[in-house]
Design a protein around this ligand. Sequence first.
Ligand code: IMP
Ligand code: MG
Length: 175
Amino acid sequence: MTIQNLQFELFITQDDINKRVEELAKSIQKDYKGKTPTFLIILNGAFMFASDLIKHYQGECRICFMRLSSYRGTRSTGNISTYLEAEQLDNQDIIIVEDIVDTGNSIEYIIQNLKTKNLKSYSIASLFYKPDAYKKPYSIDYIGFKIPDKFIVGYGLDYNGLGRNLPDIYQLKTS
Ligand code: IMP
Ligand code: MG
């Protein structure tokens, strides 16, 4: 499969993603029994994961959104370029919903920002995690898939804005 100048190959099918997302929802459900958590969905990449995750989550919950982006092409720039203030998070149990944790710059930025609010608690759910690229100390509480440090697209994740609509995950082909 080609997007612009790059070649990608099928990596994780929509079936496998669905199964894993359902498992994550169930384990979050167990941990938050008796609580009303707020899913803080990080746009743009996490929109598809978040939508499936909360559909599988059976229990009272709220959702809100935050937008940031640090990628240009296939490399993290380290500079977070866009940010929209999340709404009222005072006294809430927050579950940060990310598409992927790579270097950890974004998650650090989010956590630093949340520290200025009066949260009750926070945890992090990320569909993908690249342990070899991660450089931060924060533990990721709910991980869908640990993957190698290779660029992926699909299921919300993009390459230069393209590929978010693909229902499966594709990985960059390296020659
Ligand atoms: P980090 O700040 O380096 O951890 O990168 C986090 C953000 O970069 C993610 O939320 C994604 O939006 C984007 N990103 C990181 N790795 C990939 C990838 O392999 N494909 C597409 N986007 C990615
Ligand atoms: Mg993201």
